[in-house]
Design a protein around this ligand. Structure first.
Ligand code: IVH
Length: 698
């Protein structure tokens, strides 16, 4: 491995390596779908380490070399099913958005005003803690909301989390909150690690990771394999919500809940306030704008929640976001840097998107070297030129953006940007779509489009073909084995074995090829929403695909629907409807779908599909008594369709009992066990909206 001999080259190469490693970390840790082998990953990492050892001034705090080992594999921890999913929050970025959120809620509640509670939005990790008979028995991360990781042993080491409660408490209950690391604790910890590393360096040992920001440090610390390591980390927790409760009462309002939790000994944020009106709450939000630096932990906004828990039940949730709460986010962080180049990407639907190649700059704790520029019109409007000093911003987890140039710093050498007239991948003259301000390559066989589409087709949430990631997509395409997505299903052992990269040294089919074929075979039974999403139709994300699947019930029916029929579907607007109709009108696309079906791709709404997308996934319901609008067996069928389980008797593992008229012993049993009882009306809402608004609150 060659370390560049001058600092300039070393810097360029280390930036490149960092961005590659970050990408592979994302594939590995977040998507759980790596595209390179561990060996290849290690090579990249070693090269970066070697450069950083020779040029320590190039080390950035967020370099992957500083992070590896910090986050152990998810598989280290046991999976916990959350009885009631952990939701996320909608965001507001302006007063207008806040007013709109409030008004929508007032309309639904048919009220003129309501009390609100404001709390700082802690930038840490959401956790769910379970207490049984006053003892802390389980702590789990939020995970995907439905399943988290069991990190009980690590949470036991956090001093502010009570291990046992005194006084009268419900038999079993869950509290939710945020584990975080204070800023001062973070600085101290990194300084101590720095000192330790000097010592380790002298002894020739590997340095310990330095964390980029308190949030990463908290995440890394909570997910340590060894709880004694966590114990040495300055972690704390704020509890902000009572989850489910069995065998005991709960307060009627959020503010009272916070007071009650505090009385029980939970760490509740002292900055929470009760407000009599939205104006009052908005004043507190403005106050936070200046005060955020005053407190010793990172916050990224203010959370507003309605105080009345009946209002929570009435308002429910849209998707994963409750209507009864929202986060007012602080304005994003901004920095200036040089715009080196404007490059152009070809996406899977052919849209050409310009993006900024920047001189790397640290914004809000992360190094940014690439940023979106939206489209050509946007670049013109903002008058962004290559060579400009530009303002770059990053808000939360979103992709960094170029906000504006700084014209006063121009030298006169800056160059205006023009979209290429031909596709950078295939050379076909580009088309313009005036209404959407988009430029795209109209060539359906454009190689970059095809590869991107293939990658998308095989990805999670689409056909989920194990073994077919970005790298494999390129390999198959380059070898000429796959040019359209339908070719995937023509791949067989014999065909693959013709290629050296799919053979072992003694000429047999390699393990990689075998896995690929198995993954392809398995993908044939993907549910309809996944298949529709996989086709890569412009504007059709998973959610739209799900709506289409639900409305049309089969692939053929979607293909035959015209723009008018499509637009009649709730949630599908004219642009999306047009885009689908244009897609299905093209013979090439219909041919691809026909080939997929002929190859055995059999998309229908299977019970598995319902379970994956269902509102009741992970919940067990029992139905008893006489219902007004449906028979009991219909009710049970609908529970199964929504992905839920139907229990025959009430037990501790029952999520809720649906009780109609004249309910008998099951109702008594549920009451005795403290199992939630819902009436028919609540049940219908539960089917439609999931448990968030209905079951979280009694
Ligand atoms: S309420 C639906 N309150 O923000 C209720 N969340 O963006 C969601 N968070 O996953 C939780 N401080 O990790 C709530 N005072 C607070 C919070 C808070 C931080 C986090 C939480 C949640 C995320 C949603």
């Amino acid at each position: 491995m060659d370390v560049p001999s001058n600092q300039h080259e070393a810097r360029l190469r280390s930036e490149e390596l960092r961005s590659q490693l970050n990408y592979h970390n994302y594939r590995y840790y977040v998507l759980d779908n790596p595209v390179i082998t561990d060996g290849e990953y290690d090579e990249l990492m070693n090269e970066l380490r070697a450069i950083e050892a020779r040029y320590p001034e190039l080390i950035t705090p967020d370099s992957p070399t500083q992070k590896t080992g910090a986050e152990p594999l998810a598989s280290t921890f046991e999976v916990v099913d959350h009885r009631v999913p952990l939701l996320s929050l909608s965001n507001c970025f302006s007063d207008d958005e806040l007013q709109a959120w409030y008004r929508r809620a007032m309309d639904r509640l048919d009220a003129d005003g309501a009390q609100l509670v404001s709390e700082p939005k802690i930038d840490g990790l959401a956790m769910a803690l379970v207490y049984e008979n006053g003892q802390f028995v389980q702590g789990a991360t939020r995970g995907d909301g439905a399943h988290g990781e069991n990190v009980t042993a690590n949470l036991r080491t956090i001093a502010t989390i009570p291990k046992s409660l005194t006084g009268r408490v419900p038999e079993r209950f869950e509290v939710r909150g945020e584990v975080y690391m204070s800023r001062s604790g973070f600085e101290r910890m990194n300084a101590a690690i720095g000192d330790l590393n000097l010592e380790r360096e002298r002894e020739g040992r590997k340095p310990l990771p330095i964390y980029a920001n308190p949030r990463n440090a908290a995440a890394g610390s909570v997910r340590q394999k060894d709880a004694t390591v966590t114990a040495g980390r300055p972690l704390s927790m704020f509890v902000y919500q009572l989850g489910w409760v069995e065998g005991g009462a709960r307060p009627d309002s959020h503010h009272e809940t916070l007071l009650w939790l505090k009385e029980l000994g939970f760490p509740v944020n002292p900055e929470a306030r009760l407000h009599s009106s939205l104006e009052d709450a908005a004043a507190r939000i403005r106050w936070w704008g200046d005060q955020r630096e005053r407190i010793d932990y990172d916050i990224d906004g203010t959370v507003l929640k309605f105080d009345d828990l009946d209002a929570w039940a009435t308002l429910g949730a849209v998707g994963r976001e409750p209507r009864w709460a929202t986060a007012f986010k602080f304005p994003p962080q901004q920095r200036t840097t040089k715009l080196r180049e404007i490059a152009v990407n070809v996406g899977r639907t052919g849209v050409l998107t310009p993006f900024a190649v920047l001189e790397p700059v640290v914004v809000g704790g992360a190094t940014v070297s690439l940023a979106t520029l939206h489209n050509e019109g946007d670049i013109r409007r903002k008058d962004i030129r290559v060579g400009d000093t530009v303002i770059v911003q990053r808000a939360g987890e979103v992709i960094p953006q170029v906000v504006a140039p700084v014209p006063s710093l121009r030298t006169g050498d800056e160059v205006e940007f023009a979209m290429p007239a031909a596709c950078p991948s295939c050379g076909t003259p580009v088309s313009r779509d005036e209404s959407e301000a988009a430029v795209y390559c109209p060539n359906l066989s454009c190689p970059t489009q095809q590869v991107r589409l293939l990658e998308h087709f095989a990805s999670r949430g689409a056909m989920d073909i194990e073994g077919l990631g970005e790298k494999m997509a390129y390999t198959l395409f380059r070898a000429g084995l796959v040019t359209t997505i339908a070719d995937v299903y023509d791949l067989g052992a014999e065909r693959l074995a013709e290629f050296e990269e799919f053979r072992t040294r003694d000429g047999r089919l390699s393990k990689v090829a075998e896995n690929l074929l198995a993954g392809i075979e398995k993908s044939k039974s993907r549910p309809l929403p996944n298949v529709l999403f996989a086709l890569g139709i412009r504007h059709v994300g998973y959610e739209t695909a799900r709506v289409l699947a639900e409305r049309f019930g089969g692939l053929a029916a979607v293909l035959d629907a015209d723009a008018e029929a499509l637009q009649g579907v709730e949630g599908i607007g004219p642009i999306v409807a047009r885009s689908i109709a244009d897609w299905t009108a093209r013979g090439e696309n219909r041919a691809v779908v026909e080939r997929l079906v002929a190859s055995g791709v059999d998309p229908h709404v299977t019970p598995r599909a319902a379970a994956e997308a269902g509102t009741l996934t992970g919940l067990t319901l029992v139905v008893t008594g006489r219902l007004e609008t449906m028979s009991r067996s219909e009710a049970e069928e609908r529970i199964r369709e929504a992905g839920g389980k139907v229990g025959s008797g009430v037990s501790k593992s029952t999520t809720a009992l649906v009780a109609g008229a004249d309910a008998g012993s099951k109702l008594a049993k549920a009451q005795q066990l403290g199992v939630r009882v819902v009436d028919e009306e609540a049940f219908v809402r539960l089917l439609a909206e999931g448990p968030a608004g209905v079951l979280q609150v009694v």
